[in-house]
Write a new protein. Structure first.
Length: 338
């Protein structure tokens, strides 16, 4: 699904540019009961950005958010396009704070399991490397230093390591870096394109995307890189961004269903059954794209960015209750804590 990602990311970049400029102009604040941008205004602004596909009017439905759905969301946004920066949204005070001010930009923010750090990718002299910083944006520290591509990161559950993708061996492979010693270890090998690693909550396995089979698929391996095996069921379709369920018993990932639309699917690793994550009661349109899922480290909510021509919001999904909650916030590559 890598070619589809490139098209989708270009679309995302154009949309987020327009959306985030409005956030900045509005004083960097939002209301939980009102999206940052009115529906009619958003439709007009995105007229040129939407691909040539007819979208019905999709209105995601959701249950009122529970009292404990508070905390902080880190996400990628823009002040000056096309340079991305990282922002922090406080779901309690409704305030947004810019955390990075880097000339070449920063992206892919991820909360550490204890919420004290944020890992991210920063570009310097045309290279991308893995960094960490304090939750307020201070003490930005480079963990990898490679004249190429280091990105697509994810924390280990104990907060000691970060798994990431690098092309330092000639192809995209998965590596880990120790946050304390900065020692880098290669985990996958071969002439493949491996990407988007995700560490299981129990720390035992890592899920990732690979082109080892036609159309790309979802694979899992032990945390040391051994025993690689494919787990996704559909063939000849694009897969992307696997995320573990809170109990490590299932995986959630994107599948390209055509017409520039992706859907989230849940794979039960015991029954090996692959089913759509969201039901018809959650969505009134099959043309709503669901992507950029991530899991909050403490409470296990699955954060989902859903996009259509008149709805473009972040949602939190409770896997156990099968309930969808709107956060009333726009943002790309978002991650929720706790």
């Amino acid at each position: 699904m890598y070619s589809a990602h490139k098209f989708s990311q270009a679309l995302i970049d154009r949309i987020i540019k327009m959306l985030f400029l409005l956030v900045v102009m509005s004083g960097c604040s939002y209301r939980s009961d009102t999206p940052l941008l009115a529906t009619s205004t958003m439709s007009n602004m995105m007229e040129d950005a939407i691909p040539s596909v007819e979208f019905p009017t999709p209105i995601p439905t959701y249950t009122p958010a529970p009292a404990d759905l508070s905390g902080y969301v880190v996400f990628t946004g823009y002040v000056e396009y096309p340079i991305p920066e990282i922002f922090l949204a406080n779901l309690d005070t409704r305030e947004i704070q810019q955390l990075t001010y880097l000339p070449s930009g920063a992206s892919n923010p991820k909360w550490s399991p204890d919420g004290s750090k944020i890992a991210f990718v920063a570009n310097e002299a045309g290279n991308s490397d893995v960094y960490i910083m304090n939750r307020d944006g201070s003490n930005q520290t480079k963990l990898t230093d490679y004249a190429g591509y280091d990105a697509q990161l994810n924390w280990s559950p104990d907060g000691r390591k970060i798994v990431f993708v690098s092309d330092r061996d000639g192809s995209n492979s998965i590596y880990e870096v120790d946050v304390i010693t900065m020692r880098v270890v290669q985990l996958t090998f071969g002439d493949y394109s491996d990407g988007e690693p995700s560490w299981s909550p129990d720390g035992k396995q890592i899920a990732f995307i690979s082109n080892r089979t036609p159309g790309s698929g979802v694979f899992i391996m032990n945390a040391d890189g051994s025993d690689v095996k494919k787990v996704s069921k559909m063939e000849f379709v694009g897969h992307a961004r696997p995320v573990w369920c809170p109990d490590s018993a299932c995986l959630i990932y994107e599948i390209d269903v055509g017409k520039n639309v992706t859907k989230l699917y849940l794979l039960n690793l015991t029954m090996m059954e692959e089913t759509p994550l969201l039901s018809e009661k959650d969505l009134t349109s099959s043309q709503t794209t669901e992507w950029y899922a991530s899991r909050s480290p403490k409470r296990g909510y699955i954060l989902i960015w859903m996009f259509s021509n008149d709805s473009n919001l972040l949602y939190a999904y409770d896997v156990n209750k099968k309930s969808l909650y709107s956060l009333g916030l726009y943002g790309s590559e978002a991650d929720l804590y706790p």
